[in-house]
Design a protein around this ligand. Structure first.
Ligand code: M7G
Length: 342
C-alpha cells in the first residue's frame, strides 16, 4: 500500500487532540470507509554543531554549515512588533524533504477502537493498582491484548523483516536465543533530529508482557541489555549522543504488552505523558528495585499510574476501584459544583 495514496484518500471526521507544546495534532477520519488516525507533528530545528569524537581523532560534523540549520534557513521575515530591545516576527524557512522536512506524519489505518481511545482527548486520573487488582482486572485485559493481533508489528520486526533496513543493531546469541533483542528507530522519531533521538529495544522473549512480570531472576538480563544499549547506540550515531545522555525507560501501563525499552535523548522532553512520572520507569530504577521486592518481583507491588477515561481498564474496573480507594483513604468527595451562569 502506498502511504501517499492513503493520505490523499483521508476523509476528515474530527480532531482527536492537539497540543501546542509538542506541536502535534491528531485527526480522526476514514480511508476507504475504515477508521484512520493521522497525527501531524512539526519537526524541531537543526543547528550547527561540531562534535569532538572522544573515541577517535576525527571530528563529527552535525549539520555543520548546512543551509538548513536554523539561522541559515530563514528565507523571509515579517516583523510583528518591537519595543525597546525586543523584536519579534514570523518567518518562512527553507525546507527540504530529506534534510529539513516540515512535519512528520503518522497514519494508523485501519485504526481499532483501542487506537482511537488512546489518541482521543480525555480526562486522566491517578489510580493505584494493587497485586489483587492486577490479577482480577488487568491480567485478563493483558491476555486479550496479547492475543488480538495488536502485536503484529512486533512479530513483523522480530521475524518478518519489517523495518529491517532501519534496524540500528541486533543482539543475538546462539547459546541463549531468548536473550536477543533488536534496537530500531521508534515510530515517534523523525530519524533526522538527534535532539529528539528516540529508539526502541524490542526483546525476543515473549514471556514478559510488562513491568509486572519482572522478577529478580531477570535482573542480570536487564543489566546486560542496558549496558549493551548504552555501549552500542552512541557508536551508531557517531557519538553525537553519549551513553550517559540516553534516558532508558519502560512504560506502565504500556500500549503494547511485549517487553520493550524506550531509548531517548535526555534533551528530548517534548513527549507529553510518555516521559512523565505515573507512566515512565527508568530502567536503572527498575533494576535496583528488583533487589528489594522478593522472589515475585513487581507482581507483589502496588503500582500507581495515570489512566485516561477512555482506557478499557478505566471503564472496566479501575474507575470503581478508585472510588472505593478514595473512600478507604478517607478523602472527602468534592462538593456539588453548580454553574452560576446557567
Ligand atoms: P508503549 O510504551 O507500549 O506505548 O511503547 P506508547 O509509548 O505508544 O504509549 C511502544 C513504542 O513502540 C512506542 O514508543 C511506539 O511509538 C513504538 N511503536 C509502535 N508501533 C506500532 C511501532 C512500529 O510499527 N514501528 C516502530 N519502529 N515503533 C513502533
Amino acid at each position: 500500500v502506498d502511504f501517499r495514496a492513503l493520505i490523499d484518500e483521508f476523509r476528515f471526521s474530527r480532531v482527536l487532540n492537539s497540543n501546542p507544546q509538542t506541536k502535534q495534532i491528531s485527526l480522526l477520519g476514514t480511508i476507504k470507509g475504515q477508521d484512520a488516525i493521522v497525527t501531524l507533528e512539526k519537526t524541531h530545528f537543526q543547528f550547527d554543531k561540531v562534535v569532538n569524537n572522544p573515541n577517535s581523532s576525527t571530528l563529527s560534523l552535525h549539520q555543520c554549515e548546512s543551509e538548513y540549520s536554523c539561522m541559515n534557513s530563514i528565507q523571509t521575515l515579517k516583523p510583528i512588533a518591537n519595543n525597546d530591545i525586543y523584536f519579534w516576527g514570523m518567518s518562512v524557512m527553507k525546507q527540504d524533504l530529506e534534510l529539513n522536512p516540515t512535519a512528520k506524519i503518522n497514519l494508523i489505518w485501519p485504526a481499532t477502537q483501542v487506537h482511537i481511545e488512546k489518541y482521543d482527548k480525555q480526562l486522566c486520573h491517578m489510580v493505584r493498582e494493587t497485586p489483587e487488582i492486577y490479577k482480577r482486572i488487568v491480567k485478563p485485559y493483558v491476555d486479550d491484548m496479547v492475543n488480538n493481533g495488536r502485536l503484529q508489528w512486533v512479530q513483523n520486526i522480530l521475524y518478518n523483516g519489517a523495518e529491517s533496513d532501519r534496524v540500528v543493531f541486533k543482539y543475538f546469541d546462539q547459546e541463549s536465543p531468548k536473550d536477543g533483542f533488536v534496537v530500531l528507530p521508534d515510530m515517534k522519531w523523525d530519524g533526522v533530529n538527534m535532539d529528539a533521538l528516540y529508539l526502541v529495544a524490542i526483546v525476543h522473549r515473549d514471556d514478559i508482557k510488562s513491568l509486572r512480570d519482572l522478577r529478580p531472576e531477570h535482573q542480570q538480563w536487564l543489566i546486560d541489555m542496558k549496558n549493551k544499549i548504552r555501549s552500542v547506540v552512541p557508536s551508531c550515531y557517531n557519538y553525537l549522543v553519549p551513553a550517559d545522555q540516553l534516558r532508558l525507560f519502560i512504560h506502565y501501563q504500556p500500549s503494547y504488552y511485549h517487553f520493550h525499552i524506550h531509548i531517548v535523548n535526555v534533551r528530548h522532553s517534548g513527549l507529553g505523558d510518555g516521559i512523565a512520572v505515573g507512566k515512565a520507569h527508568l530502567i536503572e530504577d527498575v533494576i535496583e528495585n528488583l533487589n528489594y521486592m522478593g522472589p515475585e518481583g513487581y507482581m507483589n507491588r502496588t503500582m500507581t499510574y495515570v489512566i485516561g477515561e477512555n482506557h478499557h481498564l478505566w471503564k472496566n474496573g479501575l474507575e470503581q476501584e478508585l472510588e472505593q480507594q478514595l473512600k478507604d483513604d478517607g478523602i472527602p468527595e468534592p462538593p456539588e459544583i453548580t454553574n452560576d451562569f446557567e
